[in-house]
Design a binder for this molecule. Sequence first.
Ligand code: BYC
Length: 349
Amino acid sequence: MYGNDYGPDDAATRTETRDRLPRRDEPLNAADAAALEGYFDELIDADQRIEPRDAMPEAYRQTLIRMMAQHAHSEIIGMQPEGNWITRAPSLRRKAILMAKVQDEAGHGLYLYSAAETLGVTREELLDRLHTGRQKYSSIFNYPTLTWADVGAIGWLVDGAAIMNQVPLCRCSYGPYARAMVRVCKEESFHQRQGFEILWTLARGTEAQQEMAQDAVNRWWWPSLMMFGPPDTGEAATKGHTAQSMAWGIKRFSNDDLRQKFVDMTVPQAERIGLTLPDPDLRWNPERGHYDFGAVDWAEFKRVLSGDGPCNAARIEHRVRAHEEGAWVREAANAYVAKQADRAVVGAA
Ligand code: BYC
């Protein structure tokens, strides 16, 4: 878990190799570059963790920055659709739970921005990339939350998909990302349970409540399947990042495998709740030992990614406004740190 610094066997040799190599931010000569490649590959082959001070191939660093930043952005943008229902939660208990969940998402964003900063990029730069559309966030958060049941559907389906995708990231080859994911996943499990429980309750309520629950599931099911990313196996595979990211131990499964696992996990849960998943092609395939399911509308996914989803503009507009209105908090925090540093100098003199 704690990377090659703490490995038991030949960790001494590895540390020696590392100590001979320049740190990540020092220039590399040709001999160092060759040694680095061997050393990095050796760590990856041994399923060891890469740590922030390790020299690493630039493409590996950039891939992680892209993925971790997109993940962090998704967490903080993901607060918006659910935050929309805090003032209208149907009871004090539901309100308290939802507030705790939305705060958890903010916390996940903070762990992930901090973890991404260990790769030598600033949080300011990452937020700027989000605000100017140079970096993505998850497609799922461009859909609206029209009723209270949507909060249940997000918890059950969106957080359920998130767990399926993120549990393997606890074994990601980059140490800080892997460690951040351990806590994130624990919290996501609670989120999924609360969503399940909201829908379970609605499905046992009045006819109108049952219809509201079914309508929410109808709208969130397909976008949840899109969360795993475009097809990356078989004939439908698009040219993406999966093969390289799996070779580097960043991703542990293909998008398609995780999507299938998610469908297999969710169908029995839907049966227990008593809701129907909106896919006429969904059926158990005993030969494959998996559920078959219908075709995802990848044209819709592309449209949403290109900015043409129902809420893209509103999400970014809201985020930029919140960032601008929070400028005084960042200034005050910086002033406080500067003051503390001055006091420390005076105290030491
Ligand atoms: N939405 O080659 P691929 C949460 C992009 S947070 C938007 O498969 P990769 C939660 C992809 O970036 C959920 N874009 O890429 C929060 C790439 O474009 P670029 C977020 C997507 O990176 C609050 C292109 O499509 N979770 O659950 O190997 C409340 C080709 O894709 C999406 C994470 O970020 C998408 N759905 O795999 C509740 C987890 N899918 O960058 C819940 C960490 C693909 O080349 N990230 N794209 O322009 C990952 O696991 C991977 O980055 C992905 C994509 C599986 C998402």
